[in-house]
Every structure is written in structure tokens, then in C-alpha cells.
Design a protein around this ligand. Structure first.
Ligand SMILES: Cc1cc2nc3c(=O)[nH]c(=O)nc-3n(C[C@H](O)[C@H](O)[C@H](O)COP(=O)(O)OP(=O)(O)OC[C@H]3O[C@@H](n4cnc5c(N)ncnc54)[C@H](O)[C@@H]3O)c2cc1C
Length: 509
């Protein structure tokens, strides 16, 4: 029987969740094979497109030093990291998802976050504090905000390179250009996958399969079917390989769908970006300094509270707001007073940008916008800003507007100082929220809510964690935590003589 198996555990995908699953399974004694649909040069999924920022629980500078051991005394002295407690992370998940997130899954995510990053560190993944994007310099020091404090060295490409190296060091096989098509299932247990490689289709048998092959964001037909009309028009921020295969394969053998199938993570994204992500640009097509400006649609009007919360807590839902505007675009507008706060992504070559020294000239440069109405909007805006409240980008400063149809809650500044700058954005989808139902061992459940033997899942294709919105940095953390758990659980299928524990919730070693 054993010789029929190409490996003990097959992991479908080669992004963050997949690598964490593979490493955890291997550590429990499993022979592991990873199948990646993309060629090696495009591999790594959405994980490779990320900035590598990860939301993790920490209780002060000592915990940050554990994650970043080479932090210098000078860096520590000029950084106010604050804390991000388990309660805060849990509360953020509850608040952001409007109390829909599965509390058991959230508890696993939160309570395993710090230990999982340390485990990744043990596999050679290195972290640094996110100076710049998550902290502004005030009085010579960096004050962090928003609970998102560390990122992977080298961002998403660094993460995938370090995880790939770790997998190779441990003898984990990776087949590129290998797209899993179906699960081999005898009605009771999963026994492997059918896979297509260039020129062949084969059946690969294993004792367990971990699905870690992303959501359905790159599938225009499924987007329209589940997210709704107009979503076919969204740009895909990352990998073009995440077409919902893992979800489809599992549903086909009776898995239970779970979570917010009509919801997704979608941001403001360069209007003229390509249909799918470009690894040379990565996440730089995003435009995330909108809390310091205003958003204008084709009618020349504002349509969201740009300062409702820190960027980390609004950015993932404002892509949907832009998609709903006429022509599916908006202009982000800033004036000279806040120009220095714009993130690096505003300085790339591939931006659709206009600038002018008078607001009238500027209005006529905003392509597709009703210029006269825009000028009226700015006039009303300037009169509504509470200039008596001090502006402070590091805290929710309460510097709001009063009396507008759509007020702004924080960081409101008059638009009166040249140069005036506009950046055109559309909707860029990151990943979909709906997926498979899993238990706390990351086993996929069937429609009777029983585990499907031999089948585990992690990463984007798990449903039940994110609804409506998403706190920045939770995607990589979720993939890592549930990947590690799924890998350990899958290795538990090796049998009584293995050192695996089928229902472990603590992850691999
Ligand atoms: C531009 C961008 C920036 C982001 N920034 C951040 C960030 O800073 N922090 C954060 O936490 N999250 C971020 N995210 C979200 C994050 O990328 C995801 O939540 C996370 O990477 C998902 O990991 P995953 O392993 O589930 O999926 P992926 O990393 O997408 O991996 C899925 C893999 O499965 C493969 N695959 C698909 N179908 C098949 C098949 N049939 N057979 C074999 N292989 C298949 C794909 O090729 C891919 O390699 C960002 C996303 C994007 C697009």
C-alpha cells in the first residue's frame, strides 16, 4: 500500500499557508510533496505580492525583540511599539467583521500568532518593525499605531524565498506547473489528487491532502457569480492562479461551504493597473494614504468617510466603495499640507497622477470628473473642516467635518494649499472571504459537519474568519497559523506509529 503513495502528505499550493503546512507536516515525520500551479518564476501566490506585514499579538518591546533579535538599542530607544494584546486582536476581529467571525477560529488565530511567528523564525524567516507605513515620526521618535508592527524582511518575495529555502532544506518536494484538478475520494476518505502538469494528467496518492491554494479572486466568473455584478470589472491585485480550485474540489466531494461568500478584501488600486498583479510592482499599485485627503467620484462628489478609522481598518472595504461609483473609479485628492505624508507607493512611475497650482486648473485636470461640482464640493468641504481641532496623523485625532452629506471623522484638512495632487484609483480585489468549513484541527468538514478524512485546509480558502472587512496583516497570520495546524493534523494521518497527533491545535514543531 505504502509504495502507491507518492508522499504521506500532498500540499496543494506553494504560498505562505502551503509552506507552513508542509513544514509542520515534515516536522512530524511526514514525507511531503507540494503542488504549485504556477511556474517557479510566478510561484508563491498572493503571499509573494504582499508587503509581508503580519498582525501578531505582542505585550511590549521584549516580544518585539524576540521576533527581531537584531534590533539595535538605538532603534529600541526611538520606537514606541506599545502593545497589541490578545484581547485587542480578538476585539478587532469581532468589531471589523461585525461579530460574524467564528470565535473558535479567531481564538486559534490570535492565541497562536506570536508562537507561530517564532516558529517561522526558527525556519529562517526574519522580521523587522514596519517603520514608515505603520508609524509616523513625531518628536524624533516612531510611534506605532494600528496593531500592525512587524513585517518580513524582503516583503512577500522575501517570505516566499525564505520559506522555499526552508522547505528545500528539509527535503520537501515542490512540483511547479502542477495544477491539482480533483481530489481522489472513495466516498469516505481523500486518497490524493488528480493533477495536470504540462502534457500529462496523473493521479497522485497520499495519506492526506492539505488544500492551501487560495480563494477565487482570480476567477472573473465566480467573482460575478458570488460577489455580484460589477466584480468582473475589478482588477486582481495578486496571483492569476487563485481561481477557486481548492474550494471547487472540496465542494465536489461534499465539503461544507462557510463564511462570507459575497464578501472580499478589495482596495483602492491604480486605475490603469494590469488585469492581474505584476510581481515587479508588487503591492505598490495600492494607494493607501486616502485618510489624509478626500475621495472624489465622477460626479465631483465625496462618497465615503475617508477618516473613519486608521487605514488598517478601512482599506479592505473601500475598494468595494470605489467599484460602486460611476465608471468604477475615483480620484484621491491631496493638497500641499499633507503631501509629505503620502506613502512610497505614490512615487512609483506607474501612477495616474495630475497636479496643479490652482484648484480651478486642478479641477479640469481630473479626467472624467464634473469639474464644476468638484469645485463646489471643495468649497463646502473647506467650510466644514474643524480647524480648531489639532491634526495628528498618529492618533484618531477627531479633526472632523461638520454638516456635510458624508462627513469625515478624523484627519480632515482644508484643501487650499498648492500643489494640488490627484491620483486615479479603481477597485483591486485581494482575496475572497467565502470558503470551506474547517474545525480547530483544520480538518475540512462535510455538510454533516463531520471531518472528511484525509482532507485539511488553510489560508484564503478557509471560510468563517473574515466578513465585510478585514484588519490589515491578518491574511498572512491566518495562513501561517492554520497552515501549521493543518500540516500537523495531516501528519497525524500517518498512523499509530507516527509521532503525529491528528487533532492537534497547537500546530507542528
Ligand atoms: C498585493 C497584495 C498585498 C497583500 N499584502 C498583505 C500583507 O502585507 N499582509 C497580509 O497579511 N496579507 C496581505 N495580502 C493578503 C495575503 O496575500 C493573503 O491573505 C495570503 O498570502 C494568502 O496566503 P495563501 O497561502 O492562502 O494563498 P496564496 O499565497 O495565494 O497561495 C496559493 C497558491 O496556490 C496555488 N494554486 C492555486 N490553484 C492551484 C491548483 N489548482 N493547484 C496547485 N496550486 C494552485 C497558487 O499558484 C498559489 O501559489 C496581500 C495580498 C495582495 C494580493
Amino acid at each position: 500500500m505504502a509504495d502507491q503513495h507518492i508522499a504521506d502528505v500532498i500540499v496543494v499550493g506553494a504560498g505562505n499557508a502551503a509552506f507552513c503546512a508542509a513544514l509542520a507536516a515534515q516536522a512530524r515525520g511526514a514525507r511531503v510533496l507540494m503542488l504549485e500551479a504556477a511556474p517557479e518564476e510566478e510561484s508563491g501566490g498572493n503571499s509573494r505580492f504582499t508587503a509581508g506585514s503580519i498582525r501578531v499579538v505582542y505585550n511590549g518591546t521584549d516580544d518585539i525583540k524576540t521576533l527581531v533579535p537584531d534590533l539595535s538599542e538605538a532603534e529600541i530607544a526611538q520606537s514606541d511599539f506599545g502593545t497589541y494584546t490578545a484581547d485587542q486582536f480578538f476585539d478587532d476581529m469581532a468589531r471589523i467583521t461585525e461579530h460574524r467571525a467564528d470565535p473558535d477560529l479567531v481564538a486559534l488565530l490570535v492565541n497562536n500568532s506570536f508562537a507561530t511567528l517564532n516558529w517561522m523564525r526558527g525556519h529562517g524567516v526574519r522580521f523587522i518593525p514596519i517603520y514608515g507605513r505603520q508609524a509616523f515620526k513625531v518628536d524624533g521618535g516612531f510611534k506605532f499605531w494600528g496593531g500592525l508592527t512587524v513585517e518580513v524582511v524582503g516583503g512577500g518575495p522575501g517570505l516566499v524565498a525564505m520559506l522555499t529555502a526552508a522547505a528545500r532544506r528539509r527535503g520537501i518536494g515542490i512540483r511547479y506547473r502542477a495544477r491539482a484538478l480533483d481530489l481522489l475520494f472513495d466516498g469516505l476518505r481523500v486518497e490524493g489528487v488528480r493533477v495536470r502538469t504540462p502534457g500529462t494528467v496523473e493521479e497522485l496518492r497520499a495519506k492526506a491532502v492539505v488544500l492551501a491554494c487560495g480563494g477565487f479572486e482570480a476567477n472573473a466568473e465566480w467573482r460575478t457569480r458570488y460577489l455580484g455584478p460589477g466584480w468582473d470589472l475589478a482588477k486582481v491585485r495578486g496571483s492569476r492562479y487563485n481561481t477557486g480550485d481548492g474550494i471547487r474540489m472540496a465542494l465536489a466531494i461534499g465539503a461544507s461551504p462557510c463564511g462570507n461568500w459575497s464578501g472580499c478584501h478589495a482596495v483602492q488600486w491604480e486605475m490603469n493597473a494590469p488585469e492581474f498583479g505584476d510581481l515587479a510592482v508588487g503591492d505598490q499599485f495600492q494607494k493607501h494614504s486616502y485618510p489624509f485627503g478626500i475621495l472624489i467620484n465622477a460626479r465631483g462628489q465625496r462618497f465615503v468617510d475617508e477618516g473613519a478609522d486608521f487605514r488598517n481598518y478601512t482599506y479592505a472595504k473601500y475598494g468595494r466603495a470605489v467599484l460602486a461609483q460611476p465608471g468604477q473609479f475615483a480620484w484621491q485628492v491631496f493638497d500641499g499640507k499633507v503631501k509629505h505624508l503620502l506613502r512610497d507607493e505614490y512615487k512609483i512611475r506607474q501612477v495616474t497622477k495630475v497636479a496643479a497650482d490652482t484648484i480651478e486648473e486642478f479641477a479640469y485636470k481630473l479626467e472624467g470628473v464634473d469639474a464644476a461640482e468638484f469645485l463646489r464640493t471643495v468649497q463646502a468641504w473647506n467650510a466644514a473642516v474643524r480647524t480648531d481641532v489639532p491634526f495628528n496623523p498618529n492618533v484618531k485625532d477627531g479633526r472632523c467635518t461638520r454638516g456635510l452629506a458624508v462627513d469625515k471623522s478624523n484627519w480632515a484638512n482644508t484643501i487650499d494649499t498648492p500643489p494640488f495632487e490627484g491620483y486615479a484609483v479603481t477597485c483591486g480585489i485581494t482575496f475572497t472571504f467565502g470558503g470551506l468549513r474547517i474545525n480547530t484541527a483544520a480538518a475540512v468538514l462535510n455538510t454533516d459537519y463531520q471531518p472528511i478524512r484525509g482532507l485539511y485546509a488553510a489560508g484564503e480558502l478557509v471560510g468563517g474568519l473574515f466578513y465585510f472587512n478585514y484588519p490589515g496583516g491578518a491574511g498572512l497570520m491566518s495562513g501561517a497559523v492554520f497552515g501549521r495546524i493543518a500540516g500537523a493534523s495531516a501528519a497525524g494521518e500517518l498512523g499509530p506509529n507516527s509521532n503525529g497527533r491528528a487533532r492537534s491545535s497547537a500546530g507542528g514543531s
